[in-house]
Design a protein. Structure first.
Length: 314
């Protein structure tokens, strides 16, 4: 299987059903396995202000594709659905027992499945005791309605605390972390931003944690930074990456991409998927050419010399 997850965030809203089905089919036919969505996707795209459209589309796709469910792994999330239109982020469902129970039942119904392979806490809910959240996830893992538990946008100390609580309670703990990550690195001390080092980015500490805890799988979302690697005027590199190291890393990336006659985006995905520890990139794919780039990168094997060339600059 290719080490790549297809991000289905906008399937069923901005990306229409016909296009979505075509991309899903091509992804699976190429050896793709992980499909990542959330119960709140994509509330900002829908006039109702509520999510669920992506899960519903995936449910329709699965219903029309007998046997495909056995070939894929489904990941969805709980915790960020707005309580009412326009209420996010101040007022969202959170991670109480009631919220998790209700959201999981709804996701299973939308997807038309009897279990979810990886169920994510979409973001930390510090208004709910961790003991309650751990117990709620653990209950469903015991019942078999979820296979694994994952944490998205969590500080590492909170993830480790949940591990300890799960051991105390005798239930399954989290075995996956989903954060932002890419080849370019943001400046330290970026605060209250999507690239915040505290709980929004895979840091060296997270990499060390995963390398020494082999049961923990790392997933990286937005690895291609919305197309910023392809020199698109409408997709500039975020100001959080405005420092000399970015210039040096782009030069190394250009050299490796040129030597392989491929794109910078493909090299970034190869760097992620084939590193130590390996990271599964989650790529939101809206067109066939973009799918081709993603699959090319995930299947690309960098040599030790090429990887050293990319890693030694900072």
């Amino acid at each position: 299987m290719v080490n790549l997850a297809l991000g289905a965030m906008e399937y069923g809203t901005r990306i229409d059903q016909q296009t979505s089905f075509r991309l899903l089919d091509a992804f699976v036919d190429a050896g793709g396995e992980w499909i990542d969505t959330a119960n709140c996707y994509a509330f900002w795209q829908d006039p109702s202000g509520h999510g669920g459209q992506s899960e519903e589309l995936l449910g329709r796709w699965l219903a029309q594709r007998p046997g495909v469910r056995d070939r894929i792994k489904l990941a969805t999330k709980v915790g960020c659905e707005p309580l009412w239109p326009g209420s996010y982020p101040e007022h969202s469902e959170g991670l109480s027992t009631q919220a998790i129970d209700s959201a999981l039942e709804t996701s299973l119904r939308r997807l038309g499945v009897d279990h979810i392979d990886l169920y994510w806490a979409h973001r930390d809910d510090r208004s709910t005791p961790l003991e309650e959240t751990v117990a709620a996830f653990g209950k469903h893992a015991t019942n078999g309605t979820i296979g694994r538990i994952g944490l998205s946008n969590y500080a590492l100390w909170r993830a480790e605390r949940m591990q300890g609580l799960a051991q105390q309670q005798g239930v399954a703990g989290p075995t996956a972390l989903q954060l932002r990550y890419s080849y370019l690195q943001p400046r330290p001390f970026v605060r209250d931003h999507s690239h915040d080092h505290r709980f929004g980015w895979i840091t060296d500490e997270v990499l060390d944690y995963a390398e020494n805890n082999p049961d923990q799988q790392l997933f990286a979302y937005s690895p291609l930074m919305s197309g910023a690697y392809e020199n698109r005027a409408d997709r500039p590199i975020d100001p959080a990456f405005d420092h000399p190291g970015t210039t040096r890393r782009l030069e190394a990336l250009n050299d490796v991409a040129s030597s392989l006659d491929t794109t910078r985006s493909a090299v970034v995905l190869a760097w992620l998927a084939g590193g130590t520890p390996a990271i599964t990139p989650i790529v939101g794919i809206s067109t066939e050419p973009y799918l081709t780039t993603a699959l090319t990168g995930a299947n690309l094997q960098l040599t030790a010399e090429q990887r050293q060339q990319l890693d030694e600059v900072w």
